[in-house]
Write a protein that binds this ligand. Structure first.
Ligand SMILES: [Zn+2]
Ligand SMILES: [Zn+2]
Length: 505
């Protein structure tokens, strides 16, 4: 294409004359790198926003990539070794490899359940006053995006990404970690009122999706606000939740996104069937107020008043939704495992998925969140771990990425990422490595020595965290059983007839 001509040499020239090039440290998963030059918009130039100029360069490198050798993820036992080296430091190197070049862009704003970032300003800014922005930076992607067509199964493995400074930036960030699907917050997940979606951000988002072949209708899965509780009883609070929820759904439709993931909510200590009915009524209202977006209920970890931790809860919500084509489920591997749905062995995995199919129905499964769990089975605690390092372990994820029914669904990682000591700079290299690690498990024989060694290596990395969470769980169990014992003793004491019947005297 004419507009791309000579870009390589121009870029090289820019790189050569710039004193401020910062390359990403050596944690690229694949040796072939895509070099992107980020340049600011000239002072006063309103014709082309900054992101647009970045994107134009990316178009070239993307098409180049397609022509070049695209690194196939690990598909043979021999390659797992290579992958292990590439994926080294899923935890260990995080501190040492913080991204200088990407630091300005990847600063944390507000953190989600796994340190995710929300757009703190959805208007694409042309930071004209920042002199430093005039300096050029070279940011290499941490990993190439795999071509799903060459994987043995069509698994769209991706990551929750930052949408700081505008939703359109999430695409850049997804590309950066080699994600084939991604999640983002459409607005701050911890504020009730946010600025409206800027038309420029919307247009850029749509354009970038087309350019980079992200199917917004299938593989982008925004995450809802943590503040929203659609099962809320109080009329004022319920209205506030509904308004925020609907606003997010409208943003989805503006952006061409069809799947919207959210937490089902909380009963507020009211009877569960009533709470579920309130939630379903809000969904019905929201479906009528919008036209295409599918509201996707996330499977939860918690017990007590939490809604959506059991397949039965999810089934009961769907049962009350009028338009079944507008509701779906996202299984979070960490949450569901912690609640009591085992995924570790092939047999347990099969049983769990059979249970889901018979209780909820596979037709409702629209997405997955891929997280290992720091907390043990049945603990009902929501604590995400890096893949393979938690109580789920690598075998569980082998089951997941080889399960045919998960093909074509967005599979989004929300695992911990590295941070600088002040928490301001993040190392997304972890996510890039995990995507490659998971893609490498597709079609791989888990009985090979290489797999078993890798499984063990990752378990060793997570050993301290698992021990800590296990101890807490054990203590809680002991406390609970003591309490139960006391209650049983009390009730035995109170029930004199029972006591007498069981005694010899
Ligand atoms: Zn969530
Ligand atoms: Zn979680």
């Amino acid at each position: 294409m004419p507009r791309r001509s000579n870009r390589g040499s121009e870029k090289q020239a820019r790189i050569a004359k710039s004193d401020t090039i910062r390359s990403v440290p050596t944690i690229a998963v694949t040796p072939t790198v895509k070099v992107e030059t980020r340049e600011p918009v000239a002072e006063g130039d309103t014709s082309m926003p900054k992101s647009r100029s970045i994107r134009k360069k990316k178009i070239k490198t993307e098409s180049d990539l397609e022509k070049q050798t695209i690194k196939t993820p690990l598909t043979s036992p021999e390659e797992i070794k290579t992958n292990r080296v590439k994926a080294e430091a899923i935890l260990g190197e995080q501190q040492a490899t913080l991204l200088k070049g990407a630091s300005k862009k990847r600063k944390a704003t507000t953190k989600g359940e796994s340190g995710e970032e929300a757009p703190d300003d959805i208007v694409p800014k042309k930071k004209r006053n920042n002199r430093k922005k005039k300096e050029e930076e070279v940011v290499m992607p941490l990993a190439e995006r795999s071509v799903v067509g060459i994987l043995k199964k069509s698994m769209y493995i991706g990551s929750h990404t930052s949408a700081a400074k505008g939703v359109h930036n999430s695409i850049d960030n997804a590309l950066h970690v080699g994600a084939n699907s991604f999640a983002l917050f459409l607005q701050s997940q911890r504020k009730w009122v946010n600025p409206p979606l800027a038309p420029e951000a919307r247009d850029q988002f749509r354009a970038f999706c087309l350019e980079h072949k992200y199917d917004a209708a299938k593989h982008i899965l925004p995450h809802g606000s943590y503040l929203v509780n659609l099962a809320e009883l109080d009329a004022v609070k319920a209205e506030r939740s509904y308004t925020a929820f609907l606003n997010d759904l409208q943003r989805c439709e503006d952006l061409g996104i069809k799947l919207y993931n959210f937490h089902p909510g909380n009963t507020g200590k009211r009877p569960r069937p009533e709470a579920i009915a309130r939630l379903a009524a809000q969904l019905n209202k929201a479906h009528k107020a919008t036209s295409t977006v599918i509201t996707v209920l996330e499977s939860m970890a918690g017990g007590g008043n939490v809604i959506g931790s059991t397949w039965e809860d999810l089934r009961d919500i769907i049962a009350l939704v009028d338009d079944k084509s507008r509701v779906g489920i996202c299984i979070d591997t960490c949450h569901s495992f912690a609640h009591g749905y085992d995924l570790r062995s092939p047999e347990a995995f099969r049983k769990t998925m059979d249970g889901f199919a018979s209780t909820v129905g596979m037709q409702y499964l629209k997405a997955l969140h891929l997280n290992d769990s720091k907390a043990p089975f049945l603990s009902k605690r929501d604590a995400h771990a890096n893949i393979g390092t938690g109580f789920l372990g690598l075998r569980a994820f082998h089951n997941v990425v080889n399960f045919d029914a998960f093909q074509h669904l967005p599979m989004v990682l929300e695992t911990p990422v590295g941070e600088s000591p002040d928490g301001k700079v993040k190392d997304w290299g972890t996510r890039a490595k995990e995507i490659k690690l998971l893609e490498g498990l597709i079609g791989l024989d888990p009985e090979t020595d290489e797999f078993i060694k890798e499984e063990q290596r990752l378990q060793d990395i997570g050993a301290a965290d698992r021990k800590k969470f296990q101890e807490v769980w054990d203590r809680n169990q002991q406390k609970a059983s003591k309490k139960k014992k006391i209650q049983v003793e009390d009730s035995d004491g109170d029930d004199s007839d029972a006591s007498c019947k069981s005694c010899d005297h």
